[in-house]
Structure formats: structure tokens, C-alpha cells
Design a protein around this ligand. Structure first.
Ligand code: SF4
Length: 366
């Protein structure tokens, strides 16, 4: 087993296996130099490429210099960022399909590098998505360059609508007071936004779910990746929860951001689970997905809208497959509200069934 990055280790692993002398665990003594990262043989995956978005993935660098307490990236790479030589990346991009994704943890982590990369990409006329910090909104020139280089969507760690939570997570630089303005700038540049949101943080009470849903709608967020607060081993957040005796569940299968594994501070574990499920379900309600699509087509153009449609369909599919319903713990349902909600959901389910052939397994087509 290789723990950590495989470059530099992999040839030795294969040799050991060929000699029948595989050692148990392999670890790099130091982070490898990314100049030696080979270009993947994507041609070997031609038959499966249609099914997996990550086949068309390109990486320019690894890591992030921020130190957010919950983040596995910092725990894995340290608070550092390394890039591949730009000429290697550009050579790989020349042979990549028109639509692809950057799998960097933060595509603007090294801004001078990102500027050079985006400049060089403009004539290529590619279309891509990536992970990125919200800080791109504060740099209009970089934002414009990203769009001209083909950026159509960004996955951004908003995390929480509470500045107190951000400060506690050591992610105060996100500045919750400026969310609306900064997100508007990104969308005005013609780039869609998928937000990563965490619920169950120490300043969250039972009202957080409804407030977050309203915020996401107000800021016209195009897709949501919702996480129940999960302290991953190796992160400072895990140490905090361990020291406070607030870890309730050590079954690692439940560390999937969908299950409650900690004792929240301002609500019960049951309320957190119900509220997170409710928020997830509500965001991907079929009428909201339809509205989002219309809005994205008008505001971002057909390519971004198509991408957003695929993402929404995938999350909605997951939502239904796991039979997520939830309940808003801040507002107990009346019987009448429950009946109306069930009817509304049934209507959405009927629509999904009618389009089943096309809905199929949307994750495959991303
Ligand atoms: S900015 Fe994002 S990638 Fe960087 S440490 Fe924070 S959460 Fe992790």
C-alpha cells in the first residue's frame, strides 16, 4: 500500500511486486517534485472515459497554503503548494479534450502561476471547471482571465454563513459579510458556482438550515455540496473533538459527510441529521432545479447551464436513491404541510420516472 503521493515510489513498488517481495506500506520521505509527474495514458481508458468525469482531469499543482482546521488537504500535504512546470501542463492540455476539469485543490493558490496559465490557455478555446477559493472574486483581472481561458464553473468552499464559525475554523478570510457581492461578481463573469456548505458547526443552531437555504437561493448558487460536520482523523478539528469528548461514532464508514458522528454544540445529533437531510432535499427539489436551469441559461449561457443541469440531476439522483427526506427542526410540520409536501414530492418523483431513461445514472455522464 502506498500512503501519500506515489511519484518516486511507484516504480519501486512494481519492482518489489515482480520479485514477489512487496513490503507492507510505502511512504515518501519527502514530497515528490511534480516536474516528474507523468502525463496519464488516457488512451488506455478510451472505453470507460464516457462514464467518469475524472478521466478528463488535469492537475497543475497540489496543496493549499491556508490552514482551515477541518481540511484534509492541509493534513495531507501540509500548508504548502507545489506546481508542475507550466510547459508540462500546457503540453498535456494540448492533447486533452475540449471539456475537462482541473482537479487542483485551489486553482488560484499561486496567482502569478494561474495568470500565466490562463493567458496561455486563451487561444486553446477549452472549457473547464475547477475548485477555487472565493478570493478569485477579489481579483477582477484574474477572474476575467479565468473566464477567457474557458472557466465555466467553480466549486467554492463557502462552508458557513456565520463569520463566527469561519473564524473558529481559521477560514475567516472567506468573510461572510461579503458573500453576496463576491458571488455576484463571479456569476456576472459568466461562471457558475457550486457551493460547499458544512452544517453542525459550533455556532449553528436549529435555524441554520432554513437560513442557509435562503442564502443559497438569494446568492443564486447553482449547485450545492452539503456536508454534515465531520472531523477527519489527522485534522486539527478531529483533535478538538477528541479532546472535548464529542466524537460519538468511530465507524469510518459513517465518515462520509452524510452521517452525524459528533455531538453538535447547539442542537441534538438527531436535529442535525434531520436538518441536514431537509436542506439537501429542499435544495434539490425538482421545481427549484428547474428554476435554477432557466436562470443559468439566461445568465451564464448554454455551456454552464448544461453543466449545472448535469450536477443538479446527479445530486437529485443521489438524494432520491438514499431516500433522503429530513425535517426542518426549527419548524415542526403541521399535518397539512406534510400532505402538501408529499404531494409535491410525488409530482417530482413522477416527473423523474417519466424521464428515467434519460435520467438513468447521471453520475456516469458527468
Ligand atoms: S482554503 Fe480550501 S483547500 Fe485550502 S485549507 Fe482551506 S478548505 Fe482546505
Amino acid at each position: 500500500m502506498v500512503v501519500g503521493e506515489a511519484e518516486g515510489l511507484w516504480p519501486g513498488v512494481l519492482e518489489d511486486i515482480e520479485r514477489g517481495q512487496a513490503r507492507g506500506i510505502y511512504r515518501s520521505a519527502a514530497p515528490p517534485d511534480l516536474a516528474g509527474t507523468p502525463v496519464p495514458r488516457r488512451d488506455l481508458l478510451r472505453n470507460t472515459a464516457r462514464r467518469y468525469a475524472t478521466v478528463h482531469a488535469v492537475q497543475t499543482g497540489r496543496g493549499c497554503t491556508h490552514k482551515c482546521r477541518f481540511c484534509s488537504i492541509t493534513a495531507f500535504f501540509g500548508a504548502s503548494h507545489r506546481v508542475r512546470p507550466l510547459e508540462n501542463v500546457l503540453a498535456e492540455l494540448h492533447d486533452s479534450p475540449r471539456n475537462f476539469m482541473f482537479v487542483d485543490d485551489n486553482i488560484i493558490a499561486d496567482r502569478p502561476y494561474a495568470r500565466r496559465l490562463f493567458h496561455a490557455m486563451i487561444p486553446m478555446q477549452k472549457r473547464w471547471i475547477s475548485q477555487c477559493s472565493l478570493e478569485i472574486a477579489d481579483d477582477p483581472e484574474l477572474l476575467d482571465l479565468a473566464r477567457r481561458a474557458g472557466c465555466r464553473g467553480l466549486f467554492i468552499g463557502i462552508e458557513t454563513i456565520s463569520q463566527g464559525n469561519l473564524t473558529a475554523l481559521e477560514k475567516g478570510f472567506n468573510d461572510s459579510h461579503g458573500y453576496a457581492r463576491r458571488l455576484r461578481r463571479i456569476r456576472r463573469a459568466g461562471i457558475g458556482v457550486q457551493a460547499a456548505i458544512i452544517v453542525g458547526l459550533d455556532r449553528d443552531d436549529v435555524t441554520v438550515f432554513e437560513r442557509t437555504l435562503r442564502f443559497l437561493q438569494r446568492c443564486r448558487i447553482d449547485a450545492l455540496q452539503l456536508a454534515v460536520l465531520t472531523p477527519l482523523p489527522g485534522t486539527p478539528l478531529y483533535d478538538d473533538f477528541e479532546a472535548a469528548g464529542r466524537i460519538l461514532d468511530r465507524d469510518w464508514e459513517h465518515y462520509d459527510y452524510r452521517h452525524v458522528v459528533i455531538r453538535p454544540r447547539r442542537m441534538s445529533p438527531r436535529e442535525l441529521q434531520d436538518g441536514a437531510d431537509w436542506l439537501y432535499r429542499q435544495f434539490y427539489r425538482w421545481d427549484r432545479v428547474a428554476l435554477r436551469m432557466l436562470r443559468a441559461t439566461a445568465a451564464l449561457g448554454p455551456v454552464a447551464a448544461w453543466l449545472i443541469w448535469k450536477l443538479n440531476r446527479t445530486y437529485r439522483y443521489d438524494n432520491r436513491r438514499e431516500r433522503i427526506v429530513g425535517r426542518n427542526p426549527a419548524r415542526p410540520d403541521s399535518i397539512a404541510a406534510r400532505i402538501v409536501r408529499r404531494l409535491w414530492d410525488a409530482l417530482g418523483d413522477a416527473h423523474d420516472r417519466m424521464t428515467r431513461n434519460r435520467v438513468g445514472r447521471p453520475a456516469d455522464e458527468l
